[in-house]
Design a binder for this molecule. Structure first.
Ligand code: GCO
Length: 454
């Protein structure tokens, strides 16, 4: 046995990173639109105003997805394109855009998979306090209802939130991503609870109003600590570290977000280290937050650290601590061959749901060669290692249902701007010309053989 017969092979993107058309056809502004102009923390003062111009070029992009054999396209919806003020008036042109995208995908035998929220929070709601506002989960529910009413007839797979560790942890704790805030532990805990309530309300709406039997998940970051060997003692230390949290970095941890959703309560350690800073939990909140989901969606790029016999080498995600000579991706992230295996194992043992890899991939120093092609052997090597590790997980009995490569094409890599190229498709940002990289054609052969050629 290796990968499942109906394994979901896909590619992923997110609205702010690819769409562009930031002020067209009635779209409202979001916090990334706003802070990329205001804040000098973005590399080369870049922004997503045009990005890959996916808004206008989606047909060409879907055609390229078909050329690389993708069976699924995971994309996110721009909240402020649908509801320019975040709530209230609906922008029909925004709905029309996603309807056209969904129809184009289906016409090309590519199944759409929607992420409801991938960080581009409406500016008008942010002005009202954003995730700290007690009404924020109702706003999210209102937005979700519009999506469900308009798209659930054709879209079966739904992901509520992408990486709360990042939009709360990096956005509001370390202050390195929009809206570049450094909030107190109490504020972080309260906004986290509102985020989790938003997830819960969205699940409820999806189950109640969807026009078909939908499959719902969440996409937190899920890197684990990896044991350096199969030594049982090291495995148990790695497992414990994987689900640990501390007061300074609790919003960046895995268990802070996953335990409430999948186990029905915050981790014990959170109550210990946060004490009075824990959020106010009302009757019924945890039931709402922990409604059954269909799969555990997870974004995994690297291990959080490696556990050796007598020490732990910590990477700290996003990380900058390495051993000398450690192989790194263009992002400066360590390459850990075993990381998909260990992450999936620890997640499956704890949360017991089928796992969908909602993101994995690597940025490389890609460029167009003299022969007009993009040769990216580093990406092919990276993916061979990581996909073998995923296969090993599947062969060991872990229920892995699919893999979405991040990303379908090069795009705006948040605070890193456009330098970092993750795509299977190269984008020339001056001309918007697309070139399928060697890895794109290679991925096609992997999909065609369902991973047997790895
Ligand atoms: C994330 C996001 C993506 C990133 C990708 C590479 O995981 O940070 O979901 O938007 O672009 O992961 O960093």
């Amino acid at each position: 046995m290796s990968l499942k017969k109906d394994f979901m092979w896909g590619v992923a993107s997110a609205s702010y990173q690819v769409e562009g058309a930031y002020n067209e056809d009635g779209k409202g502004l979001n916090i990334w639109d706003y802070y990329c102009q205001e804040n000098q923390a973005i590399a080369h003062y870049e922004n997503g105003n045009v990005a890959c111009d996916h808004y206008h070029r989606f047909k060409e992009d879907v055609a390229n997805m078909k050329k690389i054999g993708a069976k699924y396209y995971r994309f996110s919806i721009s909240w402020a394109r649908i509801l320019p003020n975040g709530i209230g008036e609906v922008n029909q042109k925004g709905i029309d855009f996603y309807n056209s995208l969904i129809d184009e995908l289906i016409a090309n035998d590519i199944e759409p998979l929607i992420t409801i929220f991938h960080w581009d929070y409406p500016m008008e709601l942010y002005k009202l306090g954003g995730w700290l506002n007690p009404n924020s989960s109702d706003w999210f529910a209102e937005y979700t209802k519009v999506l469900v009413d308009n798209f659930s007839d054709r879209v079966k797979y739904w992901i509520t939130l992408n990486e709360p560790q990042v939009f709360i942890g990096l956005g509001h704790a370390t202050g390195s991503f929009a809206p570049f805030r450094k909030c107190s532990a109490k504020e972080l805990a309260e906004m986290s609870h509102n985020v989790l309530l938003s997830h819960g309300k969205a699940v409820k709406i999806l189950r109640q109003y969807a026009k078909q039997n939908v499959k719902i998940g969440l996409a937190p970051i899920g890197p684990s600590y990896n044991p350096a060997s199969d030594d049982q003692k090291l495995i148990e230390i790695a497992r414990e570290k994987t689900f640990d949290l501390d007061k300074d970095r609790f919003t960046l941890s895995l268990s802070w977000w996953s335990d409430p959703v999948f186990l029905g309560d915050y981790p014990k350690k959170a109550y210990e280290v946060l004490g009075n800073d824990m959020p106010t939990i009302h009757d019924g909140d945890m039931e709402l937050i922990s409604q059954p989901l269909d799969f555990y969606g997870v974004n995994i790029y690297q291990a959080e650290g490696i556990v050796y016999q007598d020490s732990i080498q910590e990477y700290h995600m996003p990380c900058d601590i390495y051993t000398t000579g450690q192989p790194l991706t263009q992002m400066g992230w360590p390459i850990n061959d075993d990381c998909l295996y260990w992450s999936c194992k620890f997640l499956y043992d704890r949360y017991k749901l089928p796992i969908l890899i909602t993101e994995n991939g690597t940025a490389c120093h890609d460029r167009i060669f003299l022969d007009g092609k993009v040769h990216d052997p580093n990406r092919i090597d990276f993916l061979t290692r990581y996909l073998r590790s995923l296969k090993k997980a599947s062969e060991s009995g872990i229920d892995i249902i699919g893999y979405m490569y991040w990303s379908v094409m090069d795009n705006f890599e948040w605070a890193d701007g456009y330098d970092k190229r993750f795509g299977l498709i190269y984008v020339d940002y001056q001309t918007q010309e697309r070139t399928i990289k060697d890895s794109g054609y290679w991925y096609k052969s992997v999909i065609e053989s369902n991973g047997e050629n790895l």
